[in-house]
Design a binder for this molecule. Structure first.
Ligand code: ADP
Ligand code: MG
Length: 719
């Protein structure tokens, strides 16, 4: 978007926009290094905030050290030892007046360094304390040799995000120079006083200086916890910037006109009459919300969130009916082929009896088949279901009226926009409907989905029985297999889900074999794990038909395996997490998840949602490898306690943070510098209030504020 740049150059007295090279001592080489950190202008340095702080203001006696904390220690070298047990190692024991010993351990060291340590040498070290074999230790502490009295630091030491090419010291000195050029409050502050004053926040200039260079008398505990008023002021502003950028995105979309898609009551009635069930109250309500949106000549931007099994697909179909009634096309895009195929089957079952054709486009559709589909789309085929292949080059819709995206958190905002662009016809934008099975806690939705209106399916179709969940140690695998035998003997069906062993992956990437974003490698390892489990289970359960499905199989094979399971020809289906979303076999009432401790809450909940779809009582066995970490224990506990996706999402948010909950794609987009969506949730109502007022009365200020915080990122994204 060029508007951003034009506005910026139109405000020449904004000293924050000066290039970093205007600072003394910043030459082209350093400027280039900074650029790699996303730092191009003075204000990028002002807003390049410390990740955290180190407390080097005091010396902790060794006796008082606590494992898990970081501390500064001063002591005299007692003994030095180099060894080569498994790998080279340098061990230095130091002691202090508290008469305790602390071990310093180094795995990477130079010969000189090892020689430098001699008994009697006085060291000051800073590092994380942990339990070692012989008491407390620090691994690779930062240290310096002391000669005479050396004062401790007066203030907390900021630790900045850096790159290999730019160390802390160097960056700190550049930031010092930039801070010297920080203008007065009047120029720096962008939020008008009438909006700012009621919030009781610290002035921006004071806040910036306070976080970069904490004063000696600053409240250190608060700074370390992120709750200092200076940090809160900046967190507010950062949340506001993100909020504004999403709102701006929304405004850009809503500037376009969209086709009004009023309902055809007759068509709707015929559709409902043919459905094998009646809509839940929630489905009706959300359907009505969508109807109201589609009746307007502005593009709908709506997110439907609903727990697994809440029946989002039929809500999407109801929306598609509007487009059909008005001779507009609908595209339904899902992130995986399996999920897209599932939608295809539902849509065909519902629409073809009404004489409405549904076409299919995925990456695997090639050659003449693809040409045919493309021709159909160009001629106005009413409904297309598929994967991201729907967004590829060469795909053109005659008159797309509605773009539906399932599982939003796997696509980024960018992809959603790409689908919209595809659908632009004659200056009109398609309506957008996003479906997600990851319920988003309200405060998170306010920050992460400020560009969307949110509808919630808060009711499951009747007749579901809650899934009973148990956690069982892998040592009792035999019992679990017996349980499968018993269940299948009663005519029930079961899933055995294999998850990826993370250690293997990490090992792989440590050896540089799993390239970045090594999805293929990951799928391969998953597939291997599933094949091994399949062989084991076939051997242990010779009387059962055991199927296998994983991401490395051909679509036809996958489909054949799924069909066999659906038809009941296969009793036990061994699968990877490819079945995480969308698969629907009501007779399956038992699920075993291997290495459950390695999965996140949201994913476990998704998987578990594959059972409990029929009327028989279902159960889910979480097989884990002992010992469990504290966090894993909490996750498994949460799943045992509740089936409510919203409760689980709240818990997940608290345990793992928003990046994980929203999926990897959005982690970057949601990467905050000081704000923490969970910790600072209480700021959100004010963020919304101020955001609305700014956009209404001071759009230019809103733009500058966004540029400050996500300037570089936004410049990329909008290019
Ligand atoms: P999700 O929200 O997880 O995408 P689906 O749309 O796949 O859920 O629906 C899950 C199952 O519930 C499907 O078999 C669907 O046909 C069925 N279903 C949807 N709505 C209802 C309803 N109102 N009554 C009974 N079954 C329903
Ligand atoms: Mg679904």
């Amino acid at each position: 978007m060029t508007a951003l740049r034009t506005t910026q150059s139109a405000t020449p007295n904004d000293s924050g926009l000066a290039p970093v090279a205007s600072l003394p001592g910043v030459g082209p080489a350093l400027a280039e290094t900074l650029r790699k950190l996303g730092i191009e202008r003075l204000q990028d340095l002002w807003f390049h905030l410390p990740l955290r702080y180190e407390d080097r203001t005091r010396i902790t006696p060794i006796r008082a050290l606590v494992a898990g904390e970081s501390a500064q220690v001063e002591g005299v070298v007692e003994a030095v030892e180099t060894g080569f047990r498994y790998r080279p190692q340098l061990r230095v024991a130091i002691t202090d007046a508290s008469q305790e010993t602390l071990l310093l351990r180094f795995f990477h060291f130079r010969h000189q360094q090892a020689q430098q340590f001699a008994p009697g040498l006085r060291l000051r070290c800073f590092g994380a304390i942990r339990h070692g074999q012989h008491g407390l230790e620090m691994v690779h502490p930062q240290y310096r040799v002391l000669h005479g009295d050396t004062a401790v630091e007066e203030t907390l030491t900021p630790v900045y995000p850096v790159t290999e090419a730019l160390g802390q010291q160097r960056l700190r000195s550049v930031i010092d120079k930039a801070l010297a050029r920080l203008p007065g409050e009047a120029e720096l502050e962008l939020i008008p006083p009438n909006l700012l004053r009621p919030l009781g926040l610290m002035p921006l200039r004071e806040a910036l200086l306070g976080v970069h260079r904490p004063a000696p008398d600053a409240n250190m505990q608060a700074l370390l916890a992120g709750s200092h008023p200076a940090q809160q002021r900046l967190a507010f502003e950062e949340l506001l910037a993100h909020h504004l950028s999403l709102k701006r995105l929304r405004a850009q979309v809503r500037k376009h006109r969209a086709p009004a898609l009023p309902p055809d009551p007759g068509l709707r009635q015929r559709f409902l009459d043919a459905l094998p069930f009646t809509l839940t109250g929630a489905q009706q309500r959300v359907g009505d919300e969508i109807t109201r949106d589609l009746d307007k000549r502005v593009p709908m931007l709506r997110l439907v969130q609903g727990d697994v099994g809440s029946g989002k697909t039929v809500v999407a179909a109801l929306a598609a009916l509007h487009a059909i009634a008005n001779e507009r096309q609908t595209a339904l895009m899902a992130p995986t082929e399996l999920l897209a195929e599932q939608h295809l089957r539902s849509f065909r079952a519902w629409f073809e009896p009404l004489g409405i054709e549904v076409v299919w486009l995925a990456g695997k559709v090639t050659g003449r088949a693809r040409d045919k589909v493309l021709a159909q789309l160009a001629e106005g085929a009413p409904i297309a279901v598929g994967t991201h292949a729907l967004m590829q080059e060469g795909v053109a819709f005659a008159r797309l009226g509605l773009a539906i995206v399932d599982e939003q958190h796997r696509f980024g905002v960018q992809q959603r926009m790409a689908l919209r662009d595809k659908g632009m016809t004659g200056g009109e934008a398609p309506h957008q409907l996003v479906l997600t099975a990851t319920p988003i806690p309200r405060t998170l939705a306010m920050s992460a989905y400020a560009d969307l209106d949110v509808s919630t399916l808060d009711e499951l179709p009747p007749g579901r029985t809650p899934v009973r969940t148990v956690a069982v140690a892998n040592t009792r695998r035999g019992e679990v297999i017996e349980r499968i035998r018993a269940a299948c003997a009663e005519g029930r069906q079961a899933y055995w889900v294999c998850t990826l062993i993370e250690e293997e992956l990490r090992e792989e990437s440590a050896q540089g074999r799993a390239g970045f974003g090594g999805g293929t490698r990951e799928r391969m390892l998953q597939a291997q794990a599933a094949e091994v489990a399949h062989a084991q289970l076939c051997a242990a359960l010779p009387d059962l038909a055991v199927g296998l499905v994983h991401g490395r199989m051909k679509p036809k094979e996958k489909q054949a395996a799924m069909d066999a399971f659906k038809d009941g020809r296969v009793a036990l289906l061994v699968a990877t997490t490819v079945i995480e979303v969308g698969v629907d076999v009501p007779n399956a009432s038992l699920m075993v998840i291997e290495n459950a401790e390695r999965l996140g809450l949201a994913q476990l909940h998704q998987l578990r949602g594959r059972v409990g779809r029929g009327s028989v009582a279902s159960s889910c066995v979480l097989l884990y490898q002992a010992p469990l970490s504290g966090l894993a224990k909490q996750r498994l506990e949460t799943l045992r306690e509740t089936n409510d996706g919203f409760v689980i999402a709240e818990k997940d948010l608290r345990l793992r943070g928003p990046g994980e909950l929203l999926g990897t794609r959005q982690t970057g987009e949601m990467g905050f510098r000081v704000a923490d969506i969970v910790r600072d949730a209480s700021l959100m109502p004010a963020v919304q209030r101020v955001g609305t007022a700014l956009l209404r009365s001071h759009p230019a200020l809103a733009k500058r504020l966004t540029a400050r915080w996500i300037g570089a990122a936004a410049r990329f994204a909008e290019a």
